[in-house]
Unconditional design. Structure first.
Lengths: 267, 266
């Protein structure tokens, strides 16, 4: 399969204290087109930092980044802001953990969904943008997309907002979607719906997904491969089956044991 | 949203007062019952009558006509002042709040220095350099008004720049300028609007104060402040001369204060 994203020896260090703090240590990853890779680990294990580095959001001056992030043959980690911006929103989309705060409260949904088009397809007509936005909203299984298009974020529920976020991230049909704990703030039934939605989008549009979560049961349902992180290090990686049924490391075993039993029965 | 606002008694009352005042100002631009500068010796310091409903001043000029004209001048100066303050304040506040760093430090310290001067004193300095007149007053007051708006906008931008939706806009490849003025600025409007109204009040009062000191609108043109200043020698012989311009200032300020209050408590 064709390789989309390659991360080589990614190191991220904070220098805002006397002793530098390393939050990601020698992270390596290869992601093929159409593949879903899950990164799991407890809070503070560096998984979100890795995601932000790929998305080009880590631009603090007190931070040292080493290594390479190669997206379709282009190095992004040390590229300038304007170079990275070409990719952001167009080839790389991202959805966040908190659907309640990730939509602008004073702008209509449609306007926000269309924003990437306005940036990356400036010659597209207004009607075409509207058509694409409605299509995108329908794609994420929102009922009455024409109505949602004209609504404000406070009129939608958490699950609907997360769908809107996915619609906005997917409107330019990115090759890579980074989902940073997209289900954490939602209740269990909605979580499952969102995961199924991601699965469907992956199959229909061949979007690669980097799914970051600490919910192993969801990761198990969705991902082809899993990377387990702890304290900034990769503990274990392999196909979902391998990691779940023949875990090699003690930490992975503990994580799997920590899945609530009842949920395990249902899934 | 509009409907809810108008249901609020303070906002409604403020809107009514302000619209009446604005209407009078507007009419004053095109029509006054008498020529505001026409003197009439037989009517010196005349009291209220049917011909002159607010009476006449020490030169026999119709006070009602002069109040109408004066409100126009006062209003124009206040609007121009607030516009200068708001536009410069938004620009400075947005850049310093969004980018931070040493530029922020430098600009904010300069703004602190301007803020430390009483606005009247600052205006006096300007006027003594550039001479008296409407436009110099607008310029001087405008600069004196920049700091308060810049601070408000800056603190709002600091609050919003790390919100998730700003991050996700950045992630969609939106440029910094567009994030600042299209994504963040509309969020600051509630706070900004009520401070614009308070700023407008301060501008009306400052203009009145400046004209009272004789450095604002120059005679024979009228402004509410200059009328008050002329009226003070006749406080006991012709109280109506001072009362009517004073009441107009109070109403103008009260209307906007009530509106600002209604906006805030929403």
């Amino acid at each position: 399969m064709e390789r989309l994203l390659e991360i080589k020896n990614l190191n991220i260090e904070f220098h805002d204290h006397d002793i530098p703090e390393r939050v990601v240590n020698n992270f390596n990853l290869e992601l093929a087109k159409g593949e879903i890779v899950g990164i799991v680990g407890e809070s503070g294990s560096g998984k979100s930092m890795t995601a932000m580095a790929i998305a080009g959001l880590l631009r603090r001056h007190d931070m040292e980044k080493k290594g390479e992030i190669i997206f379709e043959g282009k190095e992004l980690l040390h590229a300038s802001r304007s170079e990275v911006r070409q990719y952001q929103g167009d080839d790389i989309g991202m959805i966040f953990q908190e659907p309640m705060t990730s939509l602008n409260p004073v702008k209509r949904i449609g306007w926000q969904v269309e924003e990437s088009l306005r940036i990356h397809r400036p010659d597209m007509s207004k009607e075409e943008r509207y058509r694409r936005a409605i299509e995108s909203l329908r794609d994420v299984e929102l009922e009455e997309p024409e109505k949602v298009y004209r609504q404000y974020p406070h009129e939608l529920s958490g699950g609907m907002r997360q769908r809107v976020m996915i619609a906005a991230a997917m409107i330019c049909e990115p090759k890579l979607l980074i989902a940073d704990e997209p289900t954490t703030a939602l209740d269990v039934t909605i979580q499952l719906q969102i995961v199924k939605l991601l699965q469907r989008l992956n199959q229909e549009k061949q979007t690669s997904i980097l799914f970051i979560s600490h919910d192993l049961s969801l990761v198990k349902k969705l991902c082809h491969r899993i990377i387990v992180m702890h304290d900034g290090n990769i503990v274990e990686s392999g196909s979902t089956k391998e990691v779940f049924y023949q875990p090699k490391e003690e930490y992975t075993k503990q994580l799997i044991q920590a899945i609530p039993k009842l949920e395990k029965l249902i899934l | 949203m509009k409907k809810k606002l108008l249901n609020q008694p303070t906002f409604l009352l403020g809107t009514i007062i302000t619209s009446i005042m604005l209407l009078m100002t507007f009419i004053g631009f095109f029509y006054t019952p008498y020529d505001p500068t026409q003197m009439d010796n037989s009517n010196k310091l005349a009291g209220c009558s049917l011909e002159h409903i607010m009476g006449c001043d020490n030169f026999g000029r119709d006070i009602f006509s002069r109040v109408l004209q004066g409100m126009g001048n006062t209003f124009l100066i206040a609007v121009a002042t607030v516009t200068i303050g708001v536009v410069c304040g938004i620009l400075l506040g947005a850049f310093t709040g969004y980018f931070g760093g040493w530029i922020d430090e430098v600009i904010m310290r300069i703004i602190d220095v301007i803020f430390a001067f009483p606005s009247i004193l600052l205006a006096l300095v300007f006027v003594s350099i550039f001479g008296t007149g409407k436009y110099n007053v607008v310029f001087a007051l405008g600069i004196a008004f920049i700091p308060s708006f810049a601070r408000i906008v800056r603190s709002e931008f600091i609050k919003y720049k790390d919100m998730d939706y700003v991050k996700s806009a950045r992630l969609a490849g939106v440029s910094d300028l567009r994030i600042m003025f299209v994504h963040i600025l509309p969020n600051t409007m509630t706070v900004l609007l009520s401070s614009i109204m308070i700023g407008f009040n301060n501008a009306v009062l400052s203009e009145a104060g400046m004209s009272y000191l004789g450095i604002g609108v120059q005679p024979p043109d009228a402004s509410l402040g200059s009328m008050l200043s002329e009226a003070q020698s006749y406080l006991f012989s012709a109280p109506n001369y001072a009362i009517f311009p004073g009441v107009m200032i109070i109403l103008l300020v009260l209307g906007f204060s009530l509106m600002a209050d209604g906006l805030k408590s929403r």
